[in-house]
Design a protein around this ligand. Structure first.
Ligand code: GRF
Length: 322
């Protein structure tokens, strides 16, 4: 990956086969400024795909490279070479498979090693290598499922895991209900994984992916400038704008569960806390938030955090130092 991480913009290609809702989530995240280091250059489909409309309305290039049904290795490699030629043409740094229903051959995977991601609608390694992961989860009777973003290696759905999000399964769930519940989280964790990549914060060590995430607190002026990159929606922005004070603190790299405690505490103190939508996830991915309050509220917060769970006492020390 080397020099890619220092590039100002990462050139992205998305490969799809169908509906393209993940593609749309990625396009939206670019438009809002959440993926401010990503330039979506091209979408490639391997068949007529309704996701084409998202690529068209976003305004990037769109190509169809028809899938091959042949089992012949040379034919498959030839197919991949056509895609590689397009990726080359656009100077693509990162390739995202979003519902792409064809297996890419070794040469392709090797060429984009560490720069090729996929999303799968299960908590891998459960229900790997299937196009019916949600149905299989229901049939098996598991109580939790979810989705996984991983780097692609030669095996199917077996590459190093970047992010996962879990959803509970209800007794009366249908395949559609479970799929929708999982999809909602796919649309959060795929852009997040791309963002982390674009910030050069993903380190692959063997099978594991480590995310660089040191907790950091800074006093910021013009907090509204940070809302884009946090992916905060327009409606919430309007509410927050009214509350911003000169004592807004940007807290980087805390977990969703810590963020939810901070939100509660700040509201109880009469302040507020701007949190991104990743907060609904019960995992430990690093997120950024903004504490909004006056000096007295922030001092009271420091006192309360000293006795709170997780790494919040450490945050109290950092806030106190400021
Ligand atoms: C998603 O469920 C994804 O996990 C799987 O294929 C589906 C694609 O959906 N790999 P969409 O085309 O992005 O709407």
């Amino acid at each position: 990956m080397g020099n890619i991480q220092t590039k100002e913009k990462i050139n992205l290609a998305v490969l799809i086969s169908g509906r393209g809702s993940n593609l749309k989530a990625i396009c939206d995240a670019i438009v809002t400024g959440y993926l401010d280091r990503i330039e979506l250059k091209v979408v490639i489909a391997n068949q007529l795909a309704s996701g084409e409309e998202h690529a068209r309305s976003f305004g990037c290039s769109y190509h169809i490279v028809p899938r091959t049904s042949s089992d012949n290795k040379t034919t498959k490699e030839l197919h991949d070479k056509k895609i590689l030629a397009i990726l080359e043409k656009y100077g693509i740094d990162l390739v995202i498979l979003a519902g792409y229903n064809q297996i890419l051959q070794h040469d392709f995977v090797a060429r984009y090693e560490g720069r090729l991601m996929n999303i799968h609608p299960s908590l891998l390694p459960s229900f790997e290598g299937t196009l019916h992961a949600q149905r299989d989860a229901l049939d098996y009777g598991v109580k939790m499922s979810g989705c996984t973003v991983h780097f692609v290696t030669d095996g199917i759905d077996t590459g190093p895991i970047i992010l996962q999000a879990a959803v509970p399964i209800k007794d009366n769930d249908t395949i559609e209900m479970l799929s929708d519940r999982i999809l909602e989280l796919e649309h959060i964790i795929y852009p997040k994984a791309i963002k982390l990549f674009s910030e050069g914060r993903l380190k692959i060590v063997g099978r594991k992916v480590f995310i660089e995430s040191e907790m950091n607190v800074t006093l910021i002026d013009k907090p509204e400038r940070y809302l884009d990159r946090m992916g905060i929606s327009e409606d919430i922005r309007r509410v927050l704008f009214k509350k911003f004070s000169e004592y807004s603190m940007l807290v980087e790299n805390i977990t969703p569960r810590e963020a939810m405690i901070l939100k509660q505490e700040m509201l109880a103190l009469g302040g507020d806390c701007a949190v991104p939508k990743e907060c609904i996830l019960n995992n430990l991915m690093p997120i950024d938030i903004i504490l909004i309050g006056n000096p007295i509220q922030l001092q009271l917060l420091v006192k309360k955090l000293k006795y709170q769970a997780f790494d919040l006492p450490e945050l109290a020390k950092k806030l106190d130092a400021l």
